[in-house]
Design a protein around this ligand. Structure first.
Ligand code: S3P
Length: 182
């Protein structure tokens, strides 16, 4: 198949677990009147299993294969959407290339402490269920920093930003990056 080089007109939200991709995605979809898709939810629906069940029963590598397959499929089938992707998606170089082709990539950047506060009671993120969640957050974030930054077209530090400010800042940045976005 011919390689697709042009950027499509989706808005792609990336960022660490707990950075707010899903909530921002839903609100952005109302604001821009665009459909929102969340890759974790799509994978869960297709597999008939939660992300935790997939990690436990089939392994992380299987889940990562599903993420890459899904991005390839979305590239063929979606335009004009808001796409929120799992926190680990930009780690694979192949996925970063797919994300770039899918649309304008917005990185919601947060500090480890923010993630910890938001997810300390969460049981749905298999990678943070060990003895030392803060240690895992810091390690993963350190390993992924460069991947997130190279995948992004727009980077926003969202730790203390109210939702309304996040939305307005994204919309302003999108208008600059993609003038016909609204
Ligand atoms: C993961 C993030 C999760 C989910 C899975 C793995 C990661 O998505 O894909 O638990 O590797 O950071 P969210 O970022 O939506 O929590």
């Amino acid at each position: 198949m011919e390689t697709q080089r042009e950027k499509k007109d989706n808005v792609v939200l990336i960022g660490f677990m707990g950075s707010g991709k899903s909530s921002v995605g839903i609100r952005l979809s109302y604001r821009l009147r665009r459909v929102v898709e969340d890759t974790d939810r799509l994978i869960e629906n297709r597999e008939g299993l939660t992300v935790s069940e997939i990690f436990a029963g089939k392994g992380e590598t299987y889940f990562r294969e599903k993420e890459t397959e899904l991005l390839k499929e979305l590239l063929q089938t979606r335009s004009g959407c808001i796409l929120s992707v799992g926190g680990g998606t930009p780690v694979r170089p192949e996925n970063r290339a797919l994300l770039k082709q899918l649309g304008t990539v917005v990185y919601l950047r947060v500090k480890p402490q923010t993630v910890y506060e938001r997810l300390k009671d969460d049981t749905t993120r298999p990678l943070l269920q060990g003895e030392d969640p803060m240690g895992a957050i810091c390690r993963l974030m350190g390993e992924r920093r460069e991947a997130y930054e190279t995948a992004a077209d727009i980077i926003l530090d969202v730790d203390d930003m109210p939702m309304e400010v996040i939305l307005e800042t994204i919309l302003d940045a999108l208008r600059e990056a993609v003038p016909d976005v609204t």
